[in-house]
Design a protein around this ligand. Structure first.
Ligand code: TYM
Length: 337
């Protein structure tokens, strides 16, 4: 069997980028025969970026409710909260000890923060926590703990999965004695929507505050967000350049090839931006509207979500414990006799 695994950091409400980059492809992959899936809320990762406890807790509920409302089948998917699996931080330490510091210096998230410090004339490591610095090791532990073969993610996460491969290889080489203790994971990126742009054309991201929320705010929230997508000032009747705005990419993430072509042709033919936005809202709503009721129900009944996650944690730990025992033995953390 093939193992598919993915996670989402619990620092905010899920947005369209999370949905098309990770949630939708992951759920699709989980339905294929011969696939075993592990999806989780990355709440240890959240602490790296967010020191607001209420926000982390609320986001965990919203992301869990989003996966469930989007059709995750708990009979096919092991669905859990990262912090319910103590084997993950333990594995993080074993991996930390075989990870080169120089490799962490090259990780995008750390480098971006360090470069910004230098540009601002600050000390290179000002305000950079050890959590941010070793973020990729925790993520490698998430993946390797379950020997995942495939990891559906947006393009921004590909480097992290390559780092997980490197760590796995190094660990196998040092401790495997010819055996593969870890599977080497592979990133799976939906080429069409590798990076969904946000309202302003930059990558849609909680950190840029340019997201279109998936469920929060209801249908009106979706409409209001789409209304704020930046376009040029061409009037109805004037020909538009479909490449000039993120509206078209966002539209396309929910469209069939025929709908994509028609949208472009209509824009070139003078469709007004207002009508184009209305059409985009209706298209997205036709996909996510039917899921809103289930989402709202789950948010209103956190105890149901909690029960699902407790069950998921039991299953996840049943997989993690035997592998961790083997790893402990392999590195020499063993009883005397
Ligand atoms: P996070 O929480 O930033 O994003 C969750 C998933 O959504 C994808 N994504 C996007 N895809 C396309 N376009 C966008 N604009 C966009 N924004 C976000 C991300 O690529 C990701 O797939 N470190 C991870 C969480 C994580 C994880 C893991 C993922 C922790 N452990 C193990 C996979 C496997 C993160 O912060 O994603």
């Amino acid at each position: 069997t093939q193992r598919v695994l993915t996670g989402i950091t619990t620092t905010g409400t899920p947005h369209l980028g999370n949905y098309v980059g990770a949630i939708r492809p992951a759920i699709l992959a989980s339905r294929a025969p011969g696939v075993e899936s592990f999806f989780f809320m990355a709440n240890y990762h959240a602490l790296i970026k967010c020191d607001d406890p209420e926000r982390v807790a609320r986001s965990t509920l919203e992301i869990a409710a989003t996966f469930l409302a989007s059709g995750l089948d708990t009979n096919r998917v092991v669905f859990y909260r990262q912090s319910d699996i103590p084997e993950i931080p333990e594995l993080t330490w074993l991996l930390t000890c075989v990870t080169a510091k120089g490799q962490m210096n090259r990780a995008h998230a750390y480098k971006a923060a360090a470069d910004a410090n230098v540009a601002a004339g600050e000390d290179i490591d000002a305000n950079i926590s050890m959590g941010l610095y070793s973020y990729p090791i925790l993520m490698a532990a998430d993946i390797l703990m379950f020997n995942a073969h495939r990891v559906p993610v947006g393009k921004d996460q590909v480097q992290h999965i390559e780092m997980a491969r490197d760590v796995a290889q190094r660990f196998n080489h040092l401790y495997g004695q010819g055996r593969e203790l870890f599977v080497l994971p592979q990133a799976e990126v939906e080429e069409d929507v590798a990076t969904l742009p946000g309202l302003d054309g930059r990558k849609m991201s909680k950190s840029y505050d340019n997201t279109v929320p998936l469920f929060e705010g209801g249908a009106k929230g979706l409409k209001d967000a789409v209304a704020r997508i930046v376009t040029d000032s061409r009037l109805p009747g004037e020909s538009k350049d479909p490449e000039s705005t993120s509206l078209v990419t966002i539209h396309d993430a929910f469209a069939t090839p025929a709908q994509r072509e028609a949208f472009r042709a209509d824009l070139k033919g003078g469709l007004g931006w207002g009508d184009a936005k209305q059409r985009t809202v209706e298209l997205i709503e036709s996909h996510i509207g039917p899921l809103r009721g289930t989402y709202a129900d789950l948010i209103a009944h956190p105890e149901r979500v909690e029960e699902v996650l407790q069950e998921g944690a039991r299953k996840a730990r049943a997989t993690a414990k035997p592998l961790l025992a083997e790893l402990r033995h392999a590195v020499g953390l063993r009883p005397m006799v």
